[in-house]
Design a binder for this molecule. Structure first.
Ligand code: CA
Length: 345
């Protein structure tokens, strides 16, 4: 399953990774894996499942497997397709697989998962894709920088200036997410271009880490860790020492000091599907009510609904933003037509 040991990649990157059930739960519904091609292309994936013990674990496991399979297929036989487009396709495949499984088995109904994934190609081009509140950070020059913005109720309130960071940290709705993989027929993937430099550490984690341990504490652990493996262990220990209320998963991509991107690599292509493919994006009527996890203290059976529409947030490229705008205008026109037909005037 984990192809880390198959081949020594020519580019000097390495991955450290671990997942822990935590102190309060009986089942680990997080999943993670990493893959490497002989040419050095890499995929890292973290998924945090929800929808009951069996559903949550199934959704996260299936997401990681589906994303890994798409990576292996697209990057097989020496191919090197666009990292961002591959990630969107991979997460769409994962969404379709989980959604289909959830409709076949009543015990899995409504299951879903967050995903954060990083894809690095042999030329050094890299992209992050995420859905939900699993996160990616870059640690460079001893400073931690968040690269993703959660698709969550609290992150949205922060973005709108309704909450302060302090209020957000303890907000009762802090576990509610606005996007997920597998719950709806469509998935709204956010892509973020990732520029790497020698010495960088890129951290992927589930909210069992970043919802429990502050960014400042994560920064301190990374600054003092002797290796990526030690950092992963220390972060999981810190989450557990802080009560370990949730499953905790941490992956670190370490970029070697001798690593260099290919200066002749083509620029990343960004597909409008990345932001426009989701159900209910900027929908004026909120018809695509978002799947959420709720209940900070519950045991993992936490699917519910919130009336807020899915929204696209920062760091999307121009074409994707335009596609979202077009979709919003189309939906607004549709809503006006429906209102008129239903005798609104
Ligand atoms: Ca979690």
């Amino acid at each position: 399953m984990n192809s880390e040991s198959n081949d020594a990649p020519p580019m000097s990157t390495s991955v450290a990774s671990s997942s822990d059930v935590g102190r309060m739960r009986s089942v680990n519904e997080d999943s993670c894996d990493s893959y490497v091609r002989p040419d050095g292309a890499r995929l890292l994936v973290v998924a945090d499942g929800m929808g009951g013990h069996r559903g949550g674990a199934t959704a996260s496991r299936e997401a990681v497997a589906a994303i890994g399979e798409t990576f292996e297929q697209r990057f097989g036989d020496g191919a090197s397709p666009d990292p961002g487009e591959t990630l969107v396709e991979a997460i769409e495949q994962a969404n379709a697989r989980i959604h289909a499984l959830s409709r076949q088995d009543p015990e899995l109904a409504g299951m879903g998962t967050t995903v954060v994934a990083l894809l690095l190609d042999r030329a050094g081009r890299a992209a992050i894709a995420h859905v939900g509140d699993s996160r990616c950070y870059r640690f460079r020059d001893r400073r931690l920088e968040p690269l993703t913005v959660d698709h969550s109720v609290v992150a949205e309130m922060l973005r709108r200036g309704v909450l302060t960071a302090e209020e957000a940290a303890n907000h009762p709705r802090r576990n509610e997410i606005l996007r997920s993989v597998g719950v709806l027929r469509d998935v709204d993937v956010e892509l973020t271009p990732l520029e790497l430099a020698p010495g960088d550490w890129i951290l992927l984690c589930s909210d069992g880490l970043c919802g429990v341990v502050s960014d400042a504490e994560i920064d301190l652990v990374l600054a003092n860790a002797s290796s990526p493996e030690a950092a992963v262990e220390d972060l999981i220990r810190l989450a557990n020492d802080s009560g370990g209320p949730d499953n905790v998963t941490v992956q670190i991509l370490a970029v070697g000091d001798d690593w260099r991107a290919d200066p002749n690599a083509p620029p990343l292509a960004w597909s409008g599907r990345a932001a426009a493919g989701g159900s209910g994006s900027t929908s004026p009527g909120g018809s695509g009510a978002a799947s959420v996890r709720s209940g900070a203290a519950d045991d993992g059976t936490r699917l519910g609904e919130v009336g807020a529409p899915h929204r696209s947030v920062s760091a999307e490229p121009g074409p994707a933003r335009r596609a979202v705008l077009k979709r919003a205008l189309f939906l607004a026109a549709l809503a006006a037509l429906a209102w008129w037909l239903l005798g609104g005037r």
